[in-house]
Design a protein around this ligand. Structure first.
Ligand SMILES: [Zn+2]
Length: 481
C-alpha cells in the first residue's frame, strides 16, 4: 500500500536547503524537480539531524535497485516520480555519468561487491558466482568491525548461486522470483533490529520491482511524454526472442496491449514503487535512531531495453539504455555536488571503504570517488562493460562508444551478434548511440586500442561452478525458455 506524506515535501525541503545549502563544485547545474512527487517521502528531519555530524565513520546502506535506467528517474530528469531518490541526490553526490560493468544481474553485482571487472571475477551469467575467499566489500566491512547485513530479492543472488554472501553476518535470501520493495525493506529493518544499540552496520538491500514482469499498479498515473518511442505490439512480437515467446508474462503482455507505451508506464510505476521502499527504509532507520550518521549509496546493476534497437522489456546489448545507471551517494559530512565525470559501479566499494576508514584491498579496479567530487582528480577517461557469456565488450569515452562482438549469437532476432564485428558511435553528436560510423577516425582507433588493452589485462579468476538452482525463477523472470 502506498502512503502519501505531502506535508513533508516542499516547505521542509526549503528549510533543509537553507540549513545545508548545496554548493556544487564542478557544475552550476541544479537538479531537476521532475514531475510531481508521489509515494512515501522520508522525513527530512533525518537530514537536519545529520547537519554537523561528527567524523565517526558512518553506518553504510548500499541500495541496488535492479533494472533501473538512470534516465527514467527524477534526479536525472526522467519521468518516474522518485521523491526519495531526489532528496538523496539533492543532499548528496549525484553522478550523472555512471556505467555498469555488465548488462546482467550477477556479473554486475559481483563487480559492485569485488571492485573487479567481469574479465577479472569471471562471472558471466546468472547461474554462477564469484570464487571463494575473493575480497569483497562485506568482508572488508566485517573486518573493520561493522555488523554486515543483507537482503537479496532474486534467487540467483542467493548465496548458493552468486556466492556474494561472503562476509555478511546475516542475509535474508529470496524465496520467490520477485519480492516487493516494501517487503524487502521490512526484512532489512528486522535485520537492523537484531544488532545492538551503538553498533555500526553495513546494510545491502537489493530491490527488484523495476525488473519484468511489470506488475500492475492501480495507483499508477500514465505518463505521456516518454523518452522512448511508442511502438506497435506487432513489432515487439516480430522481434521477440525465444525466452519471451515462452514466458507467461511476456505472452500476456503481447496479447493484451496494442502498443508499448502502456508497458513503459508499468515499468515507471515499478520504479516509483521501489522509490516508496527507499523512503520506508530511510524513515525506518531514522525512527530507530540511525538518522545522525548513516551514509547511503544507491545504484543499479543495469538498465532496460524499452524499444531501442527493437529490444523490449529486457536487457541485451551494451548500449546506453542497458548500462547507464544511477549513482547517488549521501555522506553526512559531505557537501551536495553534481558530478559529470565518467565513473563506474566498481568505484563504489573503494569509496565506501575510504568513507569508513577501512583499508582498500588489492587487486581492485575501482578508485575512491571523493577526489573526483572535490575536483582533485579527473574521472575515468574510459569505461568498460561486458555482455553475458563473453559475447561482447564495449568501451566508452566522453565522446565515443565502441562495441566489439566476440561471438556469433542469434538470441535476439533484431540484434544478431557476429564475431569480429565492431560498432562505433560518435556520442558527441549521437548520444543515443543510434547511427553507426563505419569510417576510421583517431577516436575510433584509440577506443579500439583501449579495448585490446582491457581484454589482455584480465585477472581471469575462475568463477565458482554453477549451482543447480531452481530454474523456474529464472524462467519466470524471462531468462530461460
Ligand atoms: Zn539485474
Amino acid at each position: 500500500m502506498r502512503v502519501s506524506y505531502k506535508y513533508v515535501s516542499f516547505a521542509l525541503g526549503l528549510l533543509i536547503w537553507s540549513c545545508h545549502p548545496p554548493s556544487p563544485k564542478q557544475t552550476s547545474e541544479s537538479l531537476s524537480e521532475g514531475t510531481p512527487e508521489r509515494g512515501v517521502q522520508f522525513s527530512t528531519d533525518a537530514f537536519k539531524a545529520q547537519t554537523g555530524a561528527t567524523a565517526v565513520p558512518p553506518n553504510v546502506v548500499l541500495l541496488t535497485i535492479d533494472t533501473l535506467r538512470a534516465d527514467f528517474i527524477s534526479p536525472y530528469g526522467g519521468p518516474a516520480r522518485t521523491p526519495n531518490l531526489t532528496q538523496l541526490a539533492q543532499n548528496g553526490w549525484l553522478f550523472r555519468n555512471c556505467f555498469s560493468t555488465s548488462m546482467l544481474t550477477n556479473p554486475s553485482h559481483a563487480s559492485i561487491m569485488t571492485s573487479l571487472f567481469p574479465k577479472d571475477h569471471g562471472v558471466y551469467d546468472n547461474q554462477s558466482g564469484i570464487k571463494n575467499k575473493l575480497p569483497t566489500l562485506a568482508r572488508a566491512m566485517a573486518s573493520r568491525g561493522y555488523r554486515t547485513l543483507a537482503v537479496v530479492s532474486f534467487p540467483h543472488l542467493n548465496e548458493k548461486t552468486s556466492n556474494l554472501a561472503q562476509g555478511f553476518e546475516h542475509v535474508i535470501e529470496a524465496t520467490s522470483p520477485q519480492r516487493d520493495a516494501s517487503k524487502a525493506v521490512a526484512h532489512a529493518l528486522d535485520l537492523v533490529d537484531r544488532i545492538g544499540t551503538g553498533e555500526q552496520f553495513f546494510l545491502w538491500v537489493h530491490l527488484v520491482d523495476p525488473h519484468a514482469p511489470y506488475n500492475d499498479s492501480p495507483t499508477a498515473i500514465a505518463h505521456h511524454n516518454l523518452p522512448v518511442k511508442n511502438q506497435p505490439m506487432r513489432r515487439v512480437i516480430k522481434s521477440a526472442p525465444g525466452f519471451q515467446r515462452t514466458n507467461k508474462w511476456f505472452r500476456w503482455a503481447m496479447e493484451n496491449f496494442h502498443t508499448t507505451h502502456p508497458l513503459v508506464n508499468r515499468y515507471i510505476a515499478e520504479i516509483e514503487r521501489a522509490d516508496t521502499g527507499v523512503g520506508q527504509l530511510l524513515d525506518g532507520l531514522y525512527q530507530r535512531g540511525y538518522g545522525t550518521n548513516t551514509a547511503y549509496f544507491v545504484t543499479s546493476d543495469h538498465g532496460e531495453n524499452l524499444g531501442e534497437r527493437d529490444l523490449y522489456f529486457h536487457h541485451g546489448g551494451l548500449y546506453k539504455e542497458t548500462l547507464h545507471v544511477p549513482l547517488i551517494a549521501y555522506l553526512p559530512t559531505e557537501t551536495p555536488t553534481v558530478i559529470n565525470e565518467l565513473v563506474q559501479t566498481i568505484d563504489i566499494a573503494p569509496t565506501i571503504l575510504e568513507a569508513t576508514q577501512t583499508p582498500l584491498w588489492s587487486p581492485m579496479r575501482g578508485r575512491p570517488l571523493s577526489r573526483i567530487v572535490r575536483g582533485k582528480s579527473p574521472g575515468r577517461s574510459y569505461v568498460f562493460s561486458e555482455h553475458m557469456h563473453k559475447q561482447m565488450v564495449s568501451v566508452r569515452s566522453n565522446n565515443g562508444t565502441l562495441l566489439l562482438h566476440l561471438k556469433d549469437e542469434n538470441q535476439f532476432p533484431s540484434y544478431p551478434m557476429r564475431q569480429g564485428k565492431t560498432e562505433f558511435y560518435d556520442t558527441s553528436s549521437d548520444p543515443g548511440e543510434l547511427h553507426q560510423i563505419t569510417t576510421e577516425s583517431p577516436l575510433k582507433q584509440t577506443l579500439r586500442l583501449q579495448l585490446e588493452q582491457y581484454l589482455n589485462d584480465g585477472l581471469n579468476f575462475d568463477p565458482r561452478p554453477a549451482y543447480a538452482q531452481d530454474l523456474d525463477s529464472l524462467r519466470a523472470l524471462g531468462y530461460l525458455e
